[in-house]
Design a protein around this ligand. Structure first.
Ligand code: ATR
Length: 265
């Protein structure tokens, strides 16, 4: 039996186990997906321990995505982002990958969104970093807006063809933009939005990384303007799909994983 898992703290409410196990069942794979909660400073030791135990793959979530870099060989994208959310143990040494970036890309593509032109990413934390690299690597011009402007400008120096701004610039930044991604926690379990409704327009595709609730105030406002909307469960789904495909070498049963995820949201 292959064991896959997730390390994070806390991981109690993670939706990854049912999403991945639905895929194992669908494809008849003899595998389990379990959660582990190492101590705050235990991420690298946990990865080494998992390797020693023959664990086949690990996802990594908050607060360990940077810490595990010490215990893996990161690929180019994970190294540039500076964070790992997927560890693969199939080689000589554990390798580290970042499927959050491609998760956002696939979520948008799945909804017919062309990834050229200009994207506005709100947020310069871990999620904002991954999304900014993902969209820039697709060839988009990325404008990063953050409450703390210095974090946006620092991130923009790392991301190709990007600029950093404060939230007060959002209306101007969005006027000719094609894609908007909320990569802040604003809207999570609250009816708040990081972007004033007036700044939205019908030519935008809007992805909200927040998935609780699925229909955030931002997505509601965007839909009212006639924009294409993509909820955060799509991003969560596709980061998992990418991890599954890397670990198993099989095409993921995306619909089954999506159903398993949405049944719990
Ligand atoms: P994650 O890894 O999920 O991105 P994070 O690294 O803590 O989490 O980043 C949270 C992001 O949400 C940051 O961009 C943060 O802005 P600051 O860098 O200024 O802290 C943003 N954020 C959180 N609460 C916010 C709020 N009330 N208004 C605007 N932005 C907020």
């Amino acid at each position: 039996m292959d064991v896959f898992g997730l390390i994070g703290n806390p991981v109690g409410h993670s939706l990854s186990p049912p999403m991945h196990e639905a895929a194992y069942e669908e494809l008849g794979l003899d595998a389990r997906y379990v959660t582990f909660e190492p101590d705050e400073d235990g991420a690298a030791a946990a990865v080494r321990g998992a390797d020693a135990l023959g664990v086949a793959g690990l996802n990594v979530t908050i607060p360990f995505k940077q810490d595990v870099l010490d215990a893996v060989e990161p690929d180019d994208l994970a190294e540039r982002i500076g964070a790992v959310n997927t560890v693969d143990f199939s080689g000589e040494t554990p390798t580290g990958h970042n499927t959050d970036a491609i998760g956002a890309v696939r979520a948008l593509r799945d909804h017919g969104v062309a990834l050229d032109g200009t994207a506005v990413v709100v947020g310069a934390g871990g999620a904002g970093r991954a999304v900014s690299f993902g969209l820039a690597d697709e060839g988009m011009t990325v404008r990063i807006a953050n409450r703390t402007v210095s974090k946006a400008t620092a991130l923009a120096e790392d991301v190709p063809d990007a600029s950093g701004h404060g939230l007060e610039d959002l209306e101007a930044l969005l006027s000719d933009a094609d894609v908007l991604v909320n990569a802040t926690s604003v809207g999570m379990d609250e009816d708040e939005t990081p972007v004033a409704a007036d700044a939205l327009h019908g030519d935008l595709a809007v992805l909200d990384a927040v998935y609780s609730p699925l229909e955030t105030r931002l997505l509601r406002d965007a839909a009212a303007e006639g924009a294409t909307t993509v909820d955060g469960a799509w991003m969560l789904l596709y980061q998992g799909v990418e991890a599954f495909e890397r670990w198993t070498g099989r095409d993921a049963p995306v619909d089954v994983m999506n159903d398993a995820l949405r049944a719990r949201l």
